[in-house]
Write a protein that binds this ligand. Structure first.
Ligand code: ATP
Length: 232
């Protein structure tokens, strides 16, 4: 099977609001895919459905050939927000929590990532800045040996130096036997790491394809294509 994700006819309604409308999307194994779109385009809804936090209204979703459920949760590494971290915790406790919870958690990788991010095991969660939180979250997510990594806005709200560090961590820790799905509206900063891009507009796919092929075809970078599509 060459696709890690297969989505057919996915629709999600919130009451009478259509957040996703008949999405058809395949994500190939070994690819880093950017899901790009402005606020409200449906990125989070799509991710929540893939991670089993929300149910689709209609359509079929397969991850590694399986419907979303216990198996898919075991092979998808995703961290929705910081809710699982308690104020009394130090980073060491968050590490213990992940290690106990996920069989595929790689202790050594986590320690290397913490060093790289200049974070320490004894730092208290409550003392971390927003950027440090992002770095911790990413270190936890990337330390699992998962088949699919899902990163929701990994560089939102962090300064340019932290952004570069986060991008380096993603690039250095990604191996081609897995796949990665990254949502962002900060396209300029992230486009260099995408193999494929999907532009989401009001719950529909406005354009998708190989980043390289789209750059060639349109004669401009992905960020400029984004601006053209969304008129920003
Ligand atoms: N719980 C909800 N109830 C009703 N409408 C919702 C709900 N969650 C999202 N929506 C609507 O669905 C649409 C898609 O929202 P979604 O959060 O998926 O977008 P997004 O691309 O992730 O946006 P952002 O970049 O702001 O996070 C929006 O119009 C939003 O208002």
């Amino acid at each position: 099977m060459k696709n890690i994700v297969e989505i057919n006819g996915l629709t999600k309604n919130y009451f009478n609001k259509k957040a996703l409308n008949n999405i058809n999307l395949n994500i190939q194994k070994g690819k880093v895919v950017g899901i790009l779109g402005p606020n409200g385009s449906g990125k989070t809804t799509l991710i929540k459905i893939l991670t089993g936090l929300l149910r689709e209204t209609k359509g079929e979703i397969l991850i590694d050939g399986h419907k979303v459920g216990v198996y898919t949760k075991s092979i998808v590494s995703y961290l929705s927000d910081k809710n699982f971290l308690y104020n009394w915790m130090a980073i060491r406790d968050a590490f213990g929590f992940f290690k106990d919870f996920y069989e595929d958690f790689d202790d050594e990788k986590f320690k290397e990532l913490l060093d790289f991010m200049k974070l320490g095991m004894d730092m208290k969660i409550t003392t971390l800045s927003k950027g440090m939180h992002e770095k911790l979250n990413l270190s936890l997510v990337l330390s699992r040996n998962a088949k699919l990594y899902i990163l929701d806005e990994p560089i939102a709200g962090v300064d340019p130096v932290a952004r570069d560090q986060i991008l380096d961590a993603i690039i250095n820790n990604y191996n081609r036997s897995s796949s990665m799905l990254i949502t962002t509206h900060l396209v300029r900063d992230m486009e260099s790491i995408f193999d494929d891009v999907v532009f989401l507009r009001e719950g529909e796919i406005a354009l998708m394809g190989s980043a390289e092929a789209l750059r060639e075809e349109k004669g401009k970078c992905i960020d400029d294509i984004y601006k053209e599509i969304f008129g920003v």
